[in-house]
Write a protein that binds this ligand. Structure first.
Ligand code: CTP
Length: 210
């Protein structure tokens, strides 16, 4: 299973809180896994990416809540999950049913935390399932990535730093470092996202033991 894309959190019928994730990395990983012969469940937030690989079953969701529900439903039927989605960490507490009108005073939206999907899957995963997370960091990158690996009970975490030029959101290239739960670390060069996806899938195959 692969999660990808951003999530959109509704403010009113015409507005949302989103992020700049394109979904490219997750689509590329899903295609690489499918090429290896896997049957892939691809849970995607709003993304312009497309795929017509016969081994990929795409499930479209919009909000963090929908992505959480789809992930919890499908994870038990999969050998593992790769969590590439840029899930909103907060969502409006009280989305409004009609369009909010322009006003002269400040407007405040109260946000409430969303569920951590990766950590939830980390709690329910069986010994046979593997779980891969991503970490997008701006400071203390390696230390933060390793903390996330432990906290979310992941088997492998892919770190991409926003400090590396050409890496991260909206770029066609990415530069990653992979850490495993057994303490191994591998650094990769700046590459097109399709090749980064291949490196990640190769690492999953190397590290999984089912
Ligand atoms: N993730 C998730 N559900 C969330 C938030 C994050 O599944 N609600 C997953 C992401 O897909 C990624 C990993 O958790 O694989 C780490 O995401 P990241 O945004 O780096 O970490 P956060 O846990 O949100 O921590 P912070 O933003 O505070 O660094």
């Amino acid at each position: 299973m692969v999660t990808t894309g951003p999530t959109y959190e509704k403010i009113d019928p015409v507005r949302f809180i989103g992020n700049f994730s394109s979904g490219k990395m997750g689509f590329s990983i899903a295609e690489n896994l499918a090429e290896e012969g896997a049957q892939v469940t691809l849970i995607s937030g709003p993304s312009a990416c497309q795929t017509n690989h016969p081994n990929i079953n795409r499930i479209d969701v919009i909000s963090a809540k929908e992505m959480y529900e789809a992930s919890i439903e499908h994870f038990p039927n999969n050998d593992g999950a790769v969590m590439t989605a840029a899930v909103a960490d907060f969502t409006p507490l009280n989305p409004v049913d009609s369009k909010v009108k322009r006003g002269k005073s400040n407007y405040t939206i109260e946000l409430t935390p969303t569920q951590d999907i990766a950590a939830s899957l980390g709690q329910i995963k069986t010994e046979k399932q593997f779980l891969v997370g991503f970490a997008l960091e701006t400071n203390d990158e390696e230390q933060n990535a390793q903390l996330k690996l432990k906290k979310k009970n992941l088997d492998l975490i892919v770190l991409n730093s926003l400090n590396d030029s050409g890496a991260g959101f909206q770029h066609d290239t990415n530069k990653v470092t992979i850490f495993t739960s057994e303490g191994r670390m591998k650094k990769f060069d700046l590459k097109p996202k399709s090749q980064v996806a291949k490196d990640i899938v190769d690492e999953i195959i190397l590290n999984q033991n089912y």
